[in-house]
Design a protein around this ligand. Structure first.
Ligand code: ZN
Length: 564
């Protein structure tokens, strides 16, 4: 494989692709043996893999520079044209599901492959092609709008990410002003965001109706490939969070107030954990990459080999730049079996989190894709994928002195506390979305009321210090997942349960925990959610009492480290 920037990009010819798909379907129908049928399936996988690789190259390059017109056009092309492949894909899946060799194919490739195909038959239809195109266009509009937001702060032109370092400033007044500036940026675009969200809701509800679902939530669950549980199970999980985690977090906030010497934690103090400032990594990006390389080579052979591969092929874009898409992600180039990591480094500890969290995702793909032929089965659903990434954050703890020097212990306490402190917010975002799609006709103001009500339930400590836009429920707008990835957010909370369990188990027996983790990564998405949990000896977070059990070791270490 070449280095990422040397990879050639060619726009796929979709007419040729459709013809090739038709050929595969014919082969699958005409197969005389299970082997022949499997060959046809692998051929179809190759077509999908080629297409995905080109569209991912375009996506990465587009997010690297949202002002580059070429890749902007390419993304427009995919947004408009990919949904038009639905009919031929549907026909292919029909042939697959009705294959007379299905039984032996299920044994060979795994049942999960067929379960997923069955779901996609229900969620994909020619009828919703227009809605999908509209949804993608609205999502792009949202991204452009958010990326265009800039403000001058302390003599610097800042986007949302640029403001972050001031939002953790040691001077409380600077933090406060930075948050006010940040809230203003959202308030300025709020009318447009409301309109965009209204339109996104309408498209989503319309798709659910056309496909025969009672509501969009049911469709969204299937879109997320949630085959093992329902919205009721999730409600029960949120209840456990409310009972076990929210009171603990409320206490942590009180401790935090004492530590940073304020009467009460205001919203601009929430991310501020130490009076002398949060631990920031020392050193430049190159040094950090080098430290990460050393860390992964010491952690295990598997991680060492993986990170060398990333390094050698330049599969990173880490620095923040104007015009670059916000946030961080890990994606994969299927044809090359290569992950790619994108982020916006800002000099805070979040940069290290990228090198552990996103690298955890990348590591999983690297391992699974060397173990599983079918690319689709290399990634699991996100309740599992986020276990890969969040657990890697914990496994990396012993190497944190490489990044934070003598602040390593502070960082670990900071990180461990935040892993828990964020959970109430995660379930808050989740319940908000359930409420939105229960009553999709709500006005923007009604939605804000719902958000504020839920904030009070899950984050009773939250104090906006009189900032009207936020007091009125404007905070939800900063969550891009609500716009772009509906119902994704609960998966972080579910996955955190698995990661916390790994944390506890690695304290008891590191080798056994690491082997279970490797095993989970290697299995990718070849099994369903519950089965993957079982094979790596993790609890099912929907079972009564599981949340308390999962967070026990983490709670203990936070309590013990609390007087630092
Ligand atoms: Zn992640």
């Amino acid at each position: 494989m070449k280095k990422f920037y040397e990879l050639e990009y060619v726009r796929p010819d979709l007419e040729v692709l459709k013809k090739n798909f038709e050929n595969v379907i014919e082969k699958l129908d005409a197969a005389g043996t299970s082997e022949e049928a499997k060959e046809a399936i692998l051929e179809s996988e190759k077509l999908v893999s080629n297409l995905a690789t080109q569209s991912t190259i375009a996506y990465i390059r587009n997010t690297m520079n949202t002002n580059d017109e070429f890749y902007d056009k390419e993304m427009e092309f995919y947004n408009n044209e990919i949904p038009k492949l639905i009919p031929v894909q549907k026909k292919y899946r029909e042939a697959l599901l009705n294959s007379k060799f299905r039984k032996s194919l299920e044994k060979d490739i795994g049942k999960q492959f067929f379960r997923l195909a069955e779901v996609e038959q229900k969620t994909q239809s020619e009828e919703i092609m227009d809605n999908l195109i509209n949804e993608a266009t609205l999502s792009t509009e949202y991204q452009k709008l958010a990326a265009s937001c800039k403000t001058d702060f302390m003599g610097e032109t800042c986007n949302f990410y640029g403001l972050l370092k001031y939002m953790e400033h040691t001077d409380r007044e600077v933090r406060k002003q930075a948050y006010i500036e940040w809230a203003k940026l959202y308030e300025n675009i709020a009318p447009e965001l409301d309109k965009l969200y209204d339109k996104l809701i309408a498209e989503r509800v319309c798709m659910a109706k056309k496909l025969g679902f009672d509501n969009y939530t049911s469709l969204a669950y299937l879109n997320m490939h949630r085959l093992d549980y329902t919205a009721e199970n999730v409600e029960n999980f949120r209840k456990q969070v409310l009972e076990i985690i929210v009171p603990f977090c409320t206490k942590l906030r009180e401790q935090q107030a004492k530590r940073i010497n304020v009467d009460r934690i205001k919203y601009y103090d929430e991310m501020f954990m130490y009076p002398e400032g949060n631990p920031n990594p020392s050193g430049k990006k190159e040094n950090m990459l080098y430290s990460a390389k050393e860390m992964y080579s010491e952690l295990s052979n598997e991680t060492g080999e993986f990170f060398d591969f990333m390094y050698e092929h330049d599969l990173f874009d880490l620095e923040t730049r104007p015009g670059k898409h916000l946030g961080g992600y890990c994606t994969n180039l299927a044809d090359y079996r290569a992950p790619f990591i994108f982020s916006n480094f800002n000099g805070t500890s979040a940069d290290v989190d990228v090198l552990t969290h996103e690298a955890g995702h990348a590591f999983e793909y690297y391992l699974a894709s060397r173990n599983i032929k079918i690319d689709e089965l290399c990634f699991s659903t996100s309740e599992i994928n986020e276990i890969h990434s969040m657990t890697m954050e914990y496994f990396a703890y012993p190497w944190m002195d490489k990044f934070f020097g003598d602040k390593a212990e502070d960082y670990k306490y900071f990180h461990l506390s935040n892993s828990v402190l964020v959970i109430p917010y995660l379930v808050c975002v989740d319940e908000f979305q359930h409420r939105v799609f229960e009553k999709p006709d709500m006005t923007a103001m009604e939605r804000r009321n719902v958000w504020r009500e839920l904030e009070k339930k899950y984050m009773p400590w939250r104090d906006y210090d009189g900032v009207e836009f936020l007091e009125m429920g404007g905070f939800w707008m900063q969550k891009q997942h609500i716009f772009l990835y509906p119902f994704y957010y609960i998966d972080y909370a579910l996955a955190q349960m698995g990661a916390c369990e790994f944390y506890g188990r690695s304290k008891e027996n590191k080798e056994a925990a690491w082997n279970d983790y490797l095993n989970l990564c290697r299995k990718g998405g070849s099994l369903g959610y519950f089965d993957l949990l079982k094979t790596s000896n993790l609890s099912n977070p929907f079972e009564e009492g599981s949340v308390e059990k999962a967070v026990k070791a983490v709670f203990n270490d936070i309590i013990n480290g609390g007087d630092r």
